[in-house]
Design a protein around this ligand. Sequence first.
Ligand code: FAD
Ligand code: NDP
Length: 331
Amino acid sequence: MSDQSVENVIIVGSGPAAHTAAVYTGRAELRPLLFEGFMAGGVAAGGQLTTTTEVENYPGFPDGISGPELMDRMRAQSLACGARIKTETVERVDLSVRPFVVYTATGEYSSESLIIATGATAKRLALPGEESYWQKGISACAVCDGALPIFRNKPLIVIGGGDSACEEASYLSKYGSTVTLLVRRDVLRASKAMQHRVLNDPKITILWNTEAEEAVGEAALTGVRVRNNRTGDEQVLEASGLFYAIGHQPNTEFLESQLPTDETGYVITESDSTRTSVAGVFACGDVKDKVFRQAVTAAGSGCMAALEAEHYLVDLKSVQRDTVSQIEGKT
Ligand code: FAD
Ligand code: NDP
């Protein structure tokens, strides 16, 4: 072992959920050890917000704040509260033993409790032009970016046919002049309620059997070349905004199926709690949330995980004390 001592709590991840958990467990004097990852899942330490520009809906910043700066501040607050941070990716864990064991490329660490806050990664299409216009018209989060001035009263495109795509198209219809939903099949995967919402919105047009082929523009996105996959017909649709809503991939490979997940890979927790099916293991943020997926909800669940871990450790230490006294009483 690279570290002989048993940690109270190890936090895996580096987004708002992980840092909120670090602030709370640090202030509870649990000396949390946080693994922030090194380009884990292709995203820099700091998580999804390091891939965006302005964040305008995180409370406390009336003029907005850049995503990377917000995450730098959260990291600094974790350190100020007593967290220790290692810039390493957790490669696997062993939840079948007590204390739990966490493995990185350089060492093994044992811990009484574990907070999983590894987030999710929005899926991209790797279209020609995507890199050039990412955050210059292309986004993977309509709720985050849709209200920006560059999208106001402009034609917008959403790709996807699930609940997220329908929700995002409805949301964007408040801001854009028109919203076109590109659906690759001739049916929507979304729930009936969501389908009704988009089908009855006069600002939303659905193009069925249609796939994006290329993002085009100059300094910023101006359009998307699309192809009908039945007829092969192509056209360039004018657009100032292109929003991907083709699903997210929760970052759970390192768990190697040691925790139950739903059919799309999200860690399952008890309702109104961050407790997983393994006592002492807690999950928070986007790795367990496929509905809200916001920085503030991730931070909120990071707080819940920290408080639940603290209660768990108090109970665990009291059981350990009782066991020691019973053994001593017998000898
Ligand atoms: P994440 O932010 O997903 O971070 C988790 C991080 O943990 C990973 O990125 C990685 O660095 C690290 N990690 C992963 N696996 C490991 C491992 N095995 N070992 C160690 N480290 C690991 N929300 C808003 O509220 N407002 C916005 O304006 C906004 N804008 C957004 C813009 C974009 C482009 C995107 C993609 C998302 C945006 N969101 C926004 C959503 C928001 O970013 C997420 O909801 C939030 O970041 C989720 O936080 P999280 O703590 O769950 O984890
Ligand atoms: P889903 O996986 O449900 O849907 C993804 C959509 O993107 C599908 O329509 C899929 O098409 C399409 N898609 C995937 N890859 C591509 C591609 N390469 N090109 C074009 N289209 C593509 O993801 P969601 O994020 O929509 O939802 C995830 C989960 O979260 C679901 O369980 C959903 O119900 C839930 N959710 C619930 C909400 C709510 O209740 N308010 C809001 C948001 C999400 P195809 O159908 O052909 O596979």
